[in-house]
Design a protein around this ligand. Structure first.
Ligand SMILES: Cc1cc2nc3c(=O)[nH]c(=O)nc-3n(C[C@H](O)[C@H](O)[C@H](O)COP(=O)(O)O)c2cc1C
Length: 506
């Protein structure tokens, strides 16, 4: 399949819309385990967290550590901090059906289908190699010994941030762990749930002074082979080079030895959803030429001149924002999706800080600058001081909210959010919509991965910003076309990517 044959994306996107997904019953007896557990590999313990950054959540999440050109190699302990703050187990809750191990970042259905691997050079305390991160015992397991970073450099057509990184985090998705509940829609969740992890990882890397970047342009087969993945079931999704060395690792294009390690069965049986494999294959990059083109990609985003009444956001500056905002570590430890919102207002300053800060600081190979975007943001304001209830468009170019329609849309918000009460009770609902035609023209099918992932990252940042200010948030699913219709004509022809509700937790 060809990345440029974008009918594949439209086909997948259209068959996984709500309403339209086939009814499904959850087979609790066959629920997959939430971890990848290798049977015969010894754990290498990661040092416990020792020092805290004390950087605030709102500062860390809105900035990216720009390339100063100077060398910095994060320690093993810093790597441990990053892994814990993006994918570690932060609480265990006992339920009649068994314990749930909640993680640092939100995840659809608490199913935690995103796995994390590290490809590293020699760093103090850890030999060069390819490792799997196991959150259940907070350890690494070695899959390959030696410096394999050259293969990643080869897979990314020599991407400089990859070639100079002492280590790169690779995120994968194990489809069945999510499709057990969400069927073929799980492919969208791959990017939403990877996005919330990356929001935490970017914020933590800024807090610890570690350069980072998100790289989606890579030859899929090379990265999958490097990790020894069974690609019918698990695939690489994103690469995040961390730190900087003065010298680049030479690109390696040699044949790699196959590896295979046995892992515990996820459940008794697994159901295959061919449409997931099809869209993944259609959005795969297969040649260096395709990757080079992708990495040079840049997406021009223009904002229409506002027609309606506008309200300029009033975010606090860097000094002011630190006062009401909790530290990043405390915020991540306290974070948990709001299960019920109080019907009370939040202030316009709070909304300004949350929106402004969350939409910045994403260093990614699919964005021209950390401030550019593939998604547009639309809002339903149920209760925010100083501005009327209604539907809005966030014009990032002018940093204003444009009022589209004034009115009480609480009931509408509930309907759009699949009939769930959360968006109706929340103070504000933030919808992500992308002009998929433009995105696919620019990037081919892989643009779909990028648009979904970016929505997930900003969604993850919204969580951190809200909790950093003592508020609550929840990611939500939605009735796709009804959302577009609701925000039209402004949102005409755009596709709904994701939804996050914000407010005060009851
Ligand atoms: C992408 C995404 C979509 C979600 N959709 C819903 C939803 O539709 N309804 C809901 O009640 N919770 C939703 N959640 C919240 C998850 O259920 C929650 O993150 C998960 O149970 C883990 O709990 P925690 O966030 O409190 O750690 C969503 C979360 C994410 C990240």
């Amino acid at each position: 399949m060809d990345n440029r044959e974008t009918n594949a994306t439209w086909k997948y996107h259209n068959i996984t819309k709500h309403p339209g997904m086939p009814p499904h019953y959850m087979d609790w007896e066959n629920q997959p385990i939430p971890f990848k557990i290798y049977k015969n590999l010894d754990p290498i313990k990661i040092p416990e967290i020792q020092t805290l950054s004390e950087s605030t959540a709102l500062t860390s999440l809105s900035k990216s550590f720009t390339d100063t050109g100077s060398e910095h190699v994060p320690s093993l302990s810093a790597l441990g901090h990053l892994l814990y703050l993006c994918a570690g187990i932060t609480k265990k809750v006992k339920y009649p059906g068994g314990d749930t191990y909640f993680r640092a970042a939100a995840c659809t259905g608490a199913l935690y289908h995103i796995e994390i691997y590290i490809v590293t050079s020699d760093i103090k305390g850890l030999d060069a190699g390819v490792y799997h991160f196991s959150p259940h015992d907070f350890s690494l397991r070695r899959l390959r010994k030696g410096d394999f970073r050259g293969f990643l450099a080869g897979a990314t057509a020599g991407d400089e941030s990859i070639a100079t990184a002492p280590f790169t985090v690779v995120c994968t998705s194990t489809f069945w762990r999510n499709s057990w509940k969400y069927q073929a829609r799980a492919y969208r969740h791959t990017f939403w749930d990877n996005g919330t992890i990356l929001a935490n990882l970017l914020a933590a890397s800024f807090a610890y002074g570690i350069q980072s970047k998100i790289v989606l342009g890579f030859i899929d087969t090379v990265v999958n082979k490097l990790l020894g993945l069974d690609t019918e079931k698990e695939v690489a999704v994103s690469l995040i080079p961390l730190g900087k060395l003065r010298t680049q690792v030479p690109v390696c294009k040699e044949e790699m030895e196959e590896i295979h390690y046995e892992a515990e069965a996820l459940s008794k049986t697994e159901v295959d959803y061919p449409s997931i494999r099809e869209i993944h294959s259609a959005s795969s990059l297969t040649t260096e030429k395709e990757v080079s083109k992708w990495s040079r990609g840049g997406y021009k985003h223009s904002y229409p001149k506002p027609k309606g009444k506008t309200f300029r956001l009033r975010p606090d500056d860097d000094k002011e924002i630190d006062r009401p905002s909790d530290t990043l570590e405390n915020t991540i430890l306290r974070r948990g999706s709001t299960r019920k919102f109080d019907r009370v207002p939040i202030t316009f300053i709070q909304l300004s800080n949350i929106l402004y800060r969350s939409t910045r600081g994403i260093p990614a190979d699919f964005l021209k600058s950390p401030e550019s975007t593939l998604n547009d943001i639309y809002l339903i304001v149920n209760d925010v001081e100083e501005i009327p209830q209604g539907s809005y468009f966030y014009n990032r170019g002018r940093n204003v909210l444009e009022l589209l329609n004034e009115g009480d849309f609480r009931r509408k918000a509930t309907q759009l959010g699949l009939g769930q009460e959360l968006p109706g009770n929340a103070s504000v609902d933030v919808f992500f919509l992308a002009d998929l035609t433009n995105v696919l023209n620019e990037f081919g099918n892989r643009g779909y991965r990028a648009a979904q992932l970016e929505a997930g990252i900003i969604g993850g940042k919204l969580y951190l910003a809200a909790y950093g200010l003592g508020l609550g948030a929840s990611g939500l699913t939605f009735f796709d076309d009804n959302v577009t219709r609701f925000f039209s004509p402004h949102a005409q022809a755009k596709s709904t990517m994701f939804l996050v509700a914000l407010g005060k937790s009851e």
